[in-house]
Design a protein around this ligand. Structure first.
Ligand SMILES: [Zn+2]
Ligand SMILES: [Zn+2]
Length: 88
């Protein structure tokens, strides 16, 4: 599964960042310029700031062998980013 392409939050036409919008029970990424809309892929992750339980997930692979992978959670509601690593 290619996570990176499903989380590229840019409008293919305008090349600007899409904004998350909750519509019903789903989250969409919407372009404020042309109205382009796509369903967002998100995971369950509790935001410590606003209590929202959905976040976009982004995996950041290790760039060096001695580094651990990182997971970034971006809250769909407030945009707060939380980092989680595999490191102990
Ligand atoms: Zn657009
Ligand atoms: Zn939040």
């Amino acid at each position: 599964m290619d996570i990176s392409s499903s989380t590229s939050n840019y409008c293919p036409k305008c090349k600007i960042v899409l904004t998350a919008e909750e519509i019903g029970n789903d989250v969409f990424l919407v372009c404020g310029n042309c109205g382009y809309k796509k369903e967002a892929s998100y995971v369950e992750h509790k935001c410590t700031k606003c209590g929202c339980d959905r976040a976009f997930v982004h995996y950041h692979g290790a760039t060096r062998g001695d580094e651990d992978d990182l997971i970034f959670y971006t809250c769909v509601r407030c945009g707060s980013v939380e980092r989680e690593g595999y490191a102990v």
